[in-house]
Design a protein around this ligand. Structure first.
Ligand SMILES: NC(=O)c1ccc[n+]([C@@H]2O[C@H](COP(=O)([O-])OP(=O)(O)OC[C@H]3O[C@@H](n4cnc5c(N)ncnc54)[C@H](OP(=O)(O)O)[C@@H]3O)[C@@H](O)[C@H]2O)c1
Length: 179
């Protein structure tokens, strides 16, 4: 796997995750909770953008929806030779994923923003290159098998928070990259 320190994004790179108080993000290939408002928030935030994700997360979405995320271009990181529909692209390393995402951002979505949507292996590799992190903080300690990696929280500043019942939508911006 590539070294994330080599990444030099030309886009705004934004991580998006729902994470519990105990850092759990996944269980048995799925999310450990069902929060419809969070699914709506994810859709509203990512619609008409490229979204980079790992193969396990991609397969979970295919199982749930029967297709890749509609209205977005999915870039699937995998070493496998996957066949994908028209709105999904396979990338075999981080640089290729970023390149494909930036091309889709320019040519299909007319944006300079690319989302990194997990799972844990993918967050970990992109963390140091993220400009922003859109986090749903789930106020619970669920069982799970996948955790959000340790992130340099001190390198980010909270810029927005919307507290709901049992969870909060929060946005963090990297300190040295803030305007
Ligand atoms: N709570 C949330 O917001 C959230 C968001 C996303 C996912 N999740 C959860 O997280 C879990 C999945 O996460 P995960 O960490 O197990 O898996 P993942 O990151 O989704 O996928 C891992 C796979 O991605 C591929 N991959 C990763 N880095 C690569 C690289 N540099 N080059 C080539 N391929 C690469 C590999 O696929 P191959 O094995 O095919 O080579 C690897 O096995 C699920 O439970 C999911 O529901 C939660």
């Amino acid at each position: 796997m590539s070294d994330e320190r080599d990444l030099e994004p030309d886009c705004e790179l934004v991580g998006i995750v729902a994470v519990a108080d105990n850092d759990v993000i996944g269980k048995d290939g799925d999310m450990p909770w069902h929060i419809p408002a969070d699914l709506q928030h994810f859709k509203k935030t990512t619609i008409d953008h490229p979204v980079i994700m790992g193969r396990v997360t991609y397969e979970g979405i295919l199982e749930a929806l029967g297709e890749p995320l509609p209205g977005r271009t999915t870039i699937v990181l995998t070493s496998r030779d996957l066949e994908t529909p028209e709105n999904a692209v396979v990338a075999t390393d981080l640089e290729a994923a970023l390149e494909a995402a930036e091309r889709a951002a320019r040519e299909r979505h007319d944006t300079d923003r690319v989302f990194v949507a997990g799972g844990a292996t993918v967050y970990e590799q992109f963390l140091s290159a993220l400009d922003r992190l859109v986090v749903t903080e789930v106020h619970d300690d669920p069982d799970g098998d996948t955790r959000f990696p340790t992130w340099g929280r001190e390198s980010f500043r909270e810029v927005w928070r919307d507290e709901r019942d049992g969870f909060a939508f929060v946005e963090y911006a990297r300190r040295e990259r803030m305007d």
